[in-house]
Structure formats: C-alpha cells, structure tokens
Design a protein around this ligand. Structure first.
Ligand code: AMP
Length: 221
C-alpha cells in the first residue's frame, strides 16, 4: 500500500470525506491544507506576512505557494514518522504545486510512495453541491443538503453550531471553481498520468460507492 495518497478534485467533490475515511481506516494522518490554514490563522502571534497571505482564502483566491509548503511539508514529514501514512486533501491545486511537491518527495526519497486519486466532478455539479451545503463551524463536519428535513439543529459529532462557511457564498464559490475546478485539475491530472500514478473515480457515484472504489485502489496500490 502506498503511504502518500493525494486527493485531487474540485470543491464539493467529496475528497475531504474520502480522505478522512481512508485516514481513519488505515491509521494515516489526514492533512487538509484548508484546515491547516484555518488552524494557523486562529493562532495568536503569527507573522504579519503570513496573516496577510492567508487573507486570500476569504476571497476564494489561492493562498501563496510558500505558505502551503511551510505548513504542509512540515506536517507531512512529522506525520510520516508517527503514522502509517498520510492523506493529502486539497494540498495540491495547481501544476506548479504538483511539481514542487514532487521535488519535495524526491528530496525525501519518498516518490515511490505517492498515489494520486482524482475524484472527477463537472464544474456545474461542483457549484450545485457547494451552494447546498452547511458545515459545523467548530469541527468542519459537512451536511450536504441544507434544505433536508433531517438536518440537525447542532452538529451530530461535536454539538457545534451549523452555518455556511465564509467562502461558501455564491460569488466566492464561482471564483473558487474558476481557480480550483476542472481547468486547474486537468493540468494536475496530466502530470500524475504521465508519471503513471493517477487513478480517477467518478464523483457522481454515491459516497458509499466512491468509498469502496477508493479503498480498493489503495489496497491494491
Ligand atoms: P478547502 O478547505 O480545502 O476548501 O480550502 C479553503 C481555501 O484554502 C481554498 O479556497 C484556498 O483559498 C485555500 N487553500 C487550500 N489549499 C490550498 C492550496 N493547496 N493552494 C492554495 N490555496 C489553498
């Protein structure tokens, strides 16, 4: 089984859900770049330059690469010492990032451990899903259909307040999909395809079906 699983997919593709599931099942660390940024932003006393860089996130822009690398590379190396592997969730969103991560893996002699899994979704479906979801403002648990009668008052996992994430507003979502949708993913997909490390799954299938496919791919990797 490969030790470094990279999930690629547009916002709303379910890559976070799948990444968490795999991490739990195989004792891998779940490394979500979005969570790393939100956690880092909540710390007191971070350098002003870093705080300014994080602000891009609230407009739906990509934060600068150097900040992603600063947070993610350290987390990957320390997690690989403690856990069986790592699942990278959203850490690679541009071709440049894919290339720089590749260099980082090469420097640490771990390129042979890398497997990229793309959860494919059209940009239209990505938009639809993003406008339908609510999240727990404390733990980030996602509730996919805010109009569902079954949506609880408070988060089922941690009893936190449910709400809409600041960057889940319609105009911000459109912008995020422009930057993080299929146009961007195409170049990343090609990069891993050429390296022979890409598996693609149809994100329109049910969560359970995707879980099974992801699991089978990882077990056979
Ligand atoms: P997420 O929680 O994965 O939806 O990420 C939230 C936001 O964090 C994104 O919309 C970006 O602004 C920023 N972000 C997360 N990962 C990256 C990355 N690899 N490169 C640049 N920005 C990122």
């Amino acid at each position: 089984m490969k030790k470094i699983i990279i999930f690629i997919g547009p916002p709303g593709s379910g890559k976070g859900t799948q990444a968490k599931n795999i991490a739990r099942k195989y004792n891998y660390a779940h490394i979500s770049s979005g969570d790393l940024l939100r956690r880092y932003e909540a710390e007191s006393g971070i350098p002003e330059e870093d705080r300014k860089a994080i602000a891009a996130m609230h407009k739906g822009d990509l934060v600068p690469d150097w900040l992603i690398y600063k947070l993610a590379f350290k987390e990957i190396l320390s997690s690989l010492e403690k856990e069986s592997g790592v699942v990278l969730d959203g850490a690679i969103r541009t071709l440049k990032q894919a290339e720089d991560f590749e260099e980082f893996f090469a420097q640490n002699n771990i390129t042979h451990e890398v497997l990229a899994i793309e959860i494919f979704l059209t940009d239209e479906e990505s938009f639809r899903r993003m406008t339908m979801r609510k999240i727990c403002l404390s733990c980030g648990e996602i509730y996919p259909n805010k109009e569902s009668k079954d949506i609880p008052e408070k988060c089922k996992k941690c009893s936190g307040e449910l709400g809409v994430r600041a960057d889940d507003k319609e105009e911000v979502i459109r912008h995020r999909i422009e930057l993080q949708g299929n146009k961007a993913n195409e170049t990343i997909r090609e990069f891993y395809k050429i390296l022979g490390r890409l598996e693609t799954i149809d994100g329109m299938k049910t969560i359970e079906e995707v879980v099974e496919e992801v699991d089978a791919i990882i077990r056979n990797s």
